[in-house]
Design a protein around this ligand. Structure first.
Ligand code: S3P
Length: 474
């Protein structure tokens, strides 16, 4: 039976009045005037044991799903980075109680699916694409109107990829030019279940639709021709949602969620973030004499592509004590300095290491021979255009490479350190934490060091990155 797709959401006069004429202003976090530059220089081998902070994707989802379960969800190992704190603040603004009880230990008392409250002002998402897109999904099927703002980087990122499916579910949007932030979401109640085939391999788009499906009557289906990280599916099931995944012989995944779900509070242990571990894997592999153990690294197969690619390049990485933490495969990674060789990276692995390419490019720039990457168009719409920005950054540090439309082709030094940046040359990180950390790693394995223009964005995903690096070279 067809349901009207053009149903108008209820009106919320206070918000409508406040936002009637203008979209909210952009967040001013990390303005250029107060940038914090730093030169990262060689300090000798990296040695020791570290434990990287909790997985960012799982941390966001722990807070969001906890906020939708009635009762108290307890989370340990939560990443206390700015992106996750933006999610926590947003869920508080929509009625949940989100409290820190110790280091990485948080409790979330949820309001229940369908009961999110109207926030009193715009939600500032800072630099966080994951917070924005997933929360747009949550709001889309609640009878509330929410405006989203973000920093300059987030305000350049495409949101039509979530606006399109969520509009089909009945939500309406008022976005800035090109479907960008600042934007307003007017949720639909009830929303309409859809079957949607992802046009881009994106876990954020998949998750936005599934989260919208939680408060939508009937079955919401996402068809994923190329598998992406599956934390949403695992965690939705863990919280008690009715969710089925069918994998077809060609690898296509069909994910069906039955709506008007009732979520039950959980106790969650967040494993270490493989995306954060990647910087130390590369730093140890390319710095002579290094020998490091990175404890408790999440190795979900939809995330662990970087480990396999670095091993294929000749990296000595051993997985120790493989185990299960909070429903996710985890191991300690023992990594030693290695003579890396260039390889052709299969574009099929891209989704399983989509955030790790900047770090991989650094490894490739000191490997023996040529590393070819392709199929990486998505890197152009991350926190920065990571193909263009890494191409200029590594070139400024003395690497040899060619930038192509969908990847970089890098000719390595054969184990010699990169020269580093010359006096007066700064690496422009464009508010992108992963560019800053990748070039910091290039710096510690370089001859003269690498000057990064702004280290503040590192705090979005890995606030203790610099102190951890200093601890390993001490
Ligand atoms: C994420 C999905 C990926 C990734 C991002 C986190 C998630 O984005 O780059 O850092 O938690 O779902 P896309 O969905 O845009 O690929």
């Amino acid at each position: 039976m067809g349901r009207c797709r053009c149903q108008k959401p209820p009106r919320f006069s206070a918000l409508r009045l406040a936002q009637k004429d203008a979209l909210p202003v952009t967040s001013s976090a990390h303005d250029a005037a107060s940038a914090t530059p730093r030169r990262f220089t060689a300090q000798g081998p990296l040695k020791g044991r570290i434990r990287v902070p909790g997985d960012k994707s799982i941390s966001h989802r722990s807070i969001m799903l906890g906020a939708l379960a009635v009762g108290e969800t307890k989370v340990t190992g939560l990443l206390e980075g700015e992106d996750v704190l933006a999610t926590a603040a947003a869920m508080r603004a929509m009625g949940a109680t989100v409290e820190r009880t110790g280091e990485g230990a948080w409790t979330v008392s949820g309001v229940g699916v369908g009961a999110l409250l109207q926030p009193q002002g715009p939600l500032d998402m800072g630099n966080s694409g994951t917070s924005t897109r997933l929360l747009m999904g949550l709001v889309a099927s609640h009878p509330i109107n929410v405006s989203f703002t973000g920093d300059d980087s987030l305000s350049k990122r495409p949101m039509n990829r979530v606006i399109n499916p969520l509009s089909q579910m009945g939500a309406s949007f008022e976005a800035s030019e090109g479907g960008r932030l600042p934007l307003i979401v007017r949720g639909a109640s009830p929303a309409v279940p859809i079957t949607y085939t992802l046009p881009v391999a994106s876990a954020q788009v998949k998750s936005a639709i599934l989260l919208a499906g939680l408060n939508t009557p009937g079955k919401t289906t996402v068809i994923e021709p190329v598998p992406t990280r599956d934390h949403s599916e695992r965690m939705l099931k863990g919280f008690g949602a009715e969710l089925e995944v069918e994998t077809q012989p060609d690898g296509t995944r069909i994910i069906t969620l039955t709506g008007e779900a009732e979520l039950k509070p959980q106790t969650i242990e967040v494993p270490g973030d493989p995306s954060s571990a990647a910087f130390f894997l590369v730093a140890a592999l390319i710095t002579p004499g290094s020998d490091v153990v990175i404890e408790n690294v999440g190795l979900n197969p939809t995330r662990a592509g970087i480990v396999d690619v670095l091993i294929a390049m000749g990296g000595q990485i051993e997985k120790l004590d493989e185990r299960d933490v909070g429903g996710e495969p985890v191991a300690d990674l023992h990594v030693r300095h290695s003579a890396l060789k260039g390889i052709e990276v299969d574009p099929a692995v891209a989704p399983s290491m989509i955030d790790e390419f900047p770090a991989l490019f650094v490894a490739a720039s000191v490997a023996e021979g040529v590393t070819t990457t392709s199929g990486l168009d998505e890197l152009r719409v991350k926190e920065s255009d990571r193909l263009a920005v890494m191409a200029s950054a590594l070139t400024a540090a003395g690497a040899t490479l060619e930038e192509r439309e969908d990847g970089l082709v890098i000719t390595g030094t054969g184990g010699k350190p990169l020269p580093g940046t010359r006096a007066g040359i700064e690496i422009a990180t464009h508010l992108d934490h992963r560019i800053a950390m990748s070039m910091a790693v290039a710096g510690v394995a370089s001859q003269d060091g690498v000057l990064v223009d702004d280290t503040r964005p590192i705090a979005t995903s890995f606030p203790v990155f610099e102190s951890m690096l200093e601890g390993l070279v001490a």
